[in-house]
Ligand binder design. Structure first.
Ligand SMILES: [Zn+2]
Ligand SMILES: [Zn+2]
Length: 361
């Protein structure tokens, strides 16, 4: 009982100063547990909800204060080997590059870096991510055995990737020509009647969370391969959720991804409107327009487990969606193993050929 009171007082202090990512009972650094969504103390096993840890970014008075707080709390690292730029909160020590396992260099506090609006916290634990990678990749006979060694799988790192997400209210219209053809026979004559219809469709379409990666680097395909994320899991951005994880620095502004968002809206609305036109032998689309009525954009951090693996001097990277567990990545091919299966395929073909040969001889 007394313990509780003490914790509560401490918590009040933390609330006044800022967010405390130290254990409120023993002062050890806390870790975020994706499974329970609680902050856990590895030293004394205490668990804390986010609310208990004190002030949230949103509690700060204005944008300027929030920006200052964010800049002070986030550190930037650079990898001299592969050029990766990585962000981490001040409680997280970063020594090795997520992408190439080489040591990284501390560059300083971030300055004027874009502050995220939303975040989806990790839900898949590191152990689950390792299990997902194992299960998905074991069925590829070509993967080198040492990939599955604990020491390698343990390099899997939690990284928050920057995305631009747009909610857009639109009015979409489509005009088309529908053709229907009737044929019939009368006596020894055959008649064809072709009718043309002008078709017009107009609909208000709301697009929710159109997500486009805010990176122009090579990671783009990898990161978009693990989409989508559950819409309802977005929460207002909070530095506390970065504890123990890294974040990738964005290098694309919203205006840079605008054409990609427009293209997505065009594709979706084209399909939606076209699907409502039926009953014709042929449909020709004459025009399709989108008018944006209202738009809201969010800079969002989305959780991904990343594992890089070097094989034959080439780096392979795998990604696991930190919320849904969906996996994506390129597959390293073991020459030894591929050699064997190549031989066995050749052998199978040879055997097959002999069998056919045998049959026809
Ligand atoms: Zn503790
Ligand atoms: Zn690197």
């Amino acid at each position: 009982m007394e313990e509780d009171v003490k914790k509560y007082t401490f918590n009040e202090d933390a609330r006044a100063e800022g967010v405390s990512l130290k254990c409120l009972s023993c002062g050890s650094p806390l870790e975020f547990n994706p499974e329970t969504q609680m902050f856990v103390c590895p030293a004394c096993q205490s668990e804390f909800t986010r609310e208990k840890l004190g002030r949230n970014l949103d509690d700060l008075n204005d944008d300027e204060e929030q920006k200052e707080y964010y800049d002070e709390s986030i550190k930037e690292y650079n990898c001299p080997s592969c050029g990766a730029e990585i962000l981490a909160d001040e409680n997280t020590t970063t020594e090795f590059c997520v992408y190439c396992q080489n040591p990284v260099v501390f560059k300083g506090r971030v300055n004027g870096q874009l502050r995220p609006d939303l975040i989806i916290p990790f839900k898949i634990t590191k152990e689950e991510a390792k299990q997902i990678l194992k299960e998905h990749l074991l069925c590829y006979g070509f993967i080198p055995n040492d990939f599955f060694e604990e020491a390698n799988l343990d390099h899997v790192s939690g990284v928050y990737y920057p995305f631009w997400e747009a909610d857009v209210d639109t009015n979409c219209s489509m005009s088309a020509t529908g053709t229907s053809v009737e044929t019939w026979r009368a006596g020894d004559r055959r008649y064809t009647k072709t009718s043309y219809y002008d078709i017009y469709r107009n609909a208000d379409i709301h697009f929710e969370d159109l997500s486009v990666n805010a990176l122009k680097s090579a990671d783009k395909a990898l990161v978009e391969g693990v989409l989508p994320y559950p819409i309802k899991e977005h929460i207002p951005f909070d530095i506390a959720y970065l504890t123990g994880f890294h974040a990738k620095k964005n290098d694309l502004e919203f205006k840079d991804v605008r054409p990609e968002i427009n293209l997505k809206m065009k594709e979706y609305s084209h399909k939606m409107l076209k699907d409502t036109i039926g009953g014709y032998n042929n449909i020709k689309i004459n025009s399709h327009n989108i008018r944006v009525k209202q738009q809201k954009k969010d800079y969002t951090l989305l959780p991904i487990w990343i594992l890089s693996y070097k094989y034959n001097d080439k780096m392979y990277t795998f990604a696991v969606n930190g919320s849904t567990g969906k996996m994506f990545g390129d597959i390293p091919v073991s020459k030894g193993k591929l050699g064997w299966s190549f031989v066995s395929i050749l052998f199978a073909i040879f055997l097959f050929a002999t069998l056919i040969g045998g049959l026809f001889l």
